[in-house]
Unconditional design. Structure first.
Length: 276
């Protein structure tokens, strides 16, 4: 596929070209921003040939495409028109153009030809032995390939720096977790809540639809006597914002809405910065 090229017939006025160069040097514009700015200025300088920053097909372009497309390779036309392969094919389809029978019968048609098996000479034949059969053996690797391959059970890089042995603890959102295994996979597979583990050692698994809460509200106080088993319904009733005084509940809701708006704007600004 041919790369997009500039139309050699489109030339910015010298004064405009100098102004764009000065803006790019002063503001340190990225290539993408400079191209968009140049496209906008081209649209102003040549309103009959550009729309929304895109170069239009002129009547002369359409006449030449009708004349040459049926008989000429499409990748040759991409160099002539300074457009991509896809753009040429899309315009030809819109104009109702197709390759001529004489072109399809010629060697130039290559894969477009049907029924003559043009690629038969390059296919694997039945019973053909691959040229590299038997050359690659288990554990074989040229150069430094074998030395740089991952080894089973060996941690490298960031994984080695973050590794913690079984029995280690960590705090996540105020809850204490303990590592109980080293099974490959998400960290939640190996790390369990310490207060849940202590409860289950005495009372068995937490029933479905129930949760453990801390009587004194301190998540780090994981003593068995500080744990209480309640239903999810009771948990929701305890934590609902409607238990608060109405002015405070409204303030909490407004704070949540404000935080969502801040996160949305921060995300949009980060997206615009990466796109620039």
């Amino acid at each position: 596929m041919s790369k997009r090229r500039y139309d050699p017939t489109i030339v910015l006025p010298p004064a405009l070209a100098r102004r764009l160069a000065a803006i790019a040097a002063a503001e340190q514009l990225t290539l993408r921003t400079l191209v968009l700015l140049a496209a906008r200025e081209c649209a102003r300088a040549y309103p009959d040939r550009f729309r929304a920053g895109r170069r239009l097909w002129s009547r002369a372009d359409d006449r030449e495409l009708r004349r040459r497309y049926p008989h000429v390779r499409t990748d040759t036309l991409t160099r002539r028109f300074g457009r991509t392969y896809t753009a040429i094919c899309a315009r030809a389809a819109k104009l109702g153009l197709s390759k001529s029978a004489a072109y399809l019968a010629s060697p130039e048609a290559c894969r477009l030809r049907r029924g003559d098996h043009v690629g038969a000479a390059f296919r694997f034949q039945k019973g053909q032995v691959p040229a590299n059969k038997g050359l690659r053996r288990p554990g074989w690797g040229p150069g430094r390939m074998k030395a740089t391959q991952f080894k089973k059970g060996v941690l490298n890089g960031v994984a080695a720096l973050r590794f913690k042995p079984i029995g280690s603890t960590r705090l996540v959102d105020g809850y204490l977790y303990r590592k109980l295994s080293s099974i490959p996979g998400p960290w939640a597979v190996n790390w369990k809540l310490e207060h849940v583990r202590i409860w289950e050692q005495t009372h068995g698994p937490v029933p479905a639809g129930h949760a453990l809460v801390f009587r004194n509200g301190d998540r780090t106080d994981i003593r068995l006597e500080n744990l209480e088993l309640i239903t999810r319904r009771e948990l929701m009733a305890r934590n609902t914002v409607h238990n608060l005084p109405k002015p405070l509940a409204q303030a909490v809701q407004l704070l949540g809405a404000l935080n969502r708006k801040i996160r949305r704007r921060t995300r949009d600004a980060e997206h615009d910065r990466r796109s620039a």
